[in-house]
Ligand binder design. Sequence first.
Ligand code: G6P
Ligand code: ZN
Length: 544
Amino acid sequence: MNIEIVSCVPYNDQKPGTSGLRKSVKQFQKPDYLQTFVQAIFNTLPEREGSTLILGGDGRYFNREAIQVILRMAAANGIGKILVGKGGILSTPAASHLIRKHQALGGIILSASHNPGGPDGDFGIKFNTSNGGPAPESFTEAIYENSKTLEEYRITPIKPVPLDKVGVYDLYSMHIEVVDSVADYMALMEEIFDFDKISQLLRSEHFSMRFDAMHAVTGPYAHTILEERLGAPQGTVMHGLPLANFGGGHPDPNQAHAKELMALLYSPKNIAFGAASDGDGDRNMILGNHFFVTPSDSLAILAANAHLVPGYQQGIAGIARSMPTSQAPDRVAARLGIPAFETPTGWKFFGNLLDAGRITLCGEESFGTSSNHIREKDGLWAVLFWLNLLAVKQESVASIVRQHWAEYGRNYYSRHDYEAIPTASANTLMEHLRQQFDKLPGQMLHGKQVKAADDFMYVDPVDGSTSAQQGIRILFTDDSRLIFRLSGTGTQGATLRVYLEQYESDPAKHDQDPQLALADLINIANDLAKIPEFTGRINADVIT
Ligand code: G6P
Ligand code: ZN
């Protein structure tokens, strides 16, 4: 085989964040930047010789070029077989499924998730291990360490592989299969959900829905599954054509960025159900008519009703949520008599619990929900889960949520983001909060008493590994919580996230505007963290 060994100068900034290495496209276009990171991944995989890998991305700008480079490097690094999604496209959940289905050594997923794309946008690359989930920190740290001293990479000088049709190719000793990006994923969904019932609902004249693919990777999945297979009318899927720059939009399914979908669901058009997914298809937003379901409530409701879905009929083993996610799912777990786990932010922390069979469902406030069917969060899965519930219950989204609140109480919840603030100011703000830990317990603030104040530390119950400083928690005696965290996925400066949660058991008080219901906590957050003083911002940039 003709292998080129190319000398390169190591970079020192290839430290993966919450979800892989995420940088501006411009950074990735620096000489050998992509190659260095990819070689570091291969170097961290001693068992790579002859192994199988899955490869695909969310279709953003630089996706195709990167795929060709990775194929050439994989051949030169002894990989035996690579399955690549047609057109270089694989949603993150579909990639996770393929890794598991083919018992691959892992997968390389090209995505910067919900970050904007295009030549001035972001790009990202992450490695998922053989369980289909994001690589654990020990692995990403090893990649980072390797990248810092890497002085050469291996590549084969082959012609680009045609990616636009399904087919097989042999590159030296490596076998490449270009596979249909949707088929296997759809088959998995069909095993879990009652497609006949959902299809009846979607074909009914009395029901209409919109799914916003935000010009990102779920377009082809949603067209095939919702419209072609399940019979939803054409036009159900909005922005279904994946574009390299996501049509100039911000492919993040929340109230701020899915504006057109929000406007439709809050219009007189009487659309019963709305949903959206992000750049790489792992996030979801769920809407009813004139109604927004918080991701935390969504997880709690899916868990409480899981027995109505064929794939979870036998019951669920446990539920996990990330620490800043509201405690609504814990109440369901308590009622079901199953364990509830609280993990740091980042999907990788659910992997061990899922592998050990300790949980079946998991989710995060950041619009991520999933189950043990794969090891990633799964946007379309959540949409199909809701559709399955709507088909069984024959009730509106709003009434399902209201009944849930009536039964369990409502955890009012909101997140306020302050984006692109100088990193030094953000760190000072966090330090300023830490300095108050000792004196806060017992204090009365805006009528609430502080129970505890600390940095969240996680001890993985399966392997005993610990993760410190995973967000600052101010806990109150009435179960309210105020959480401060710096984002691990931003690419410019720091993003401060303030998470606000307050429990209300009285159904007569379940119809308030969350921002009003949380007003005291918002004031406490400002007082304790001196947000305007440290960040120069009076208002949050994004409120979800
Ligand atoms: C990615 C990860 C999630 C995580 C989210 C928020 O989407 O896959 O697991 O919750 O980022 O991360 P951040 O650090 O920006 O709050
Ligand atoms: Zn994503």
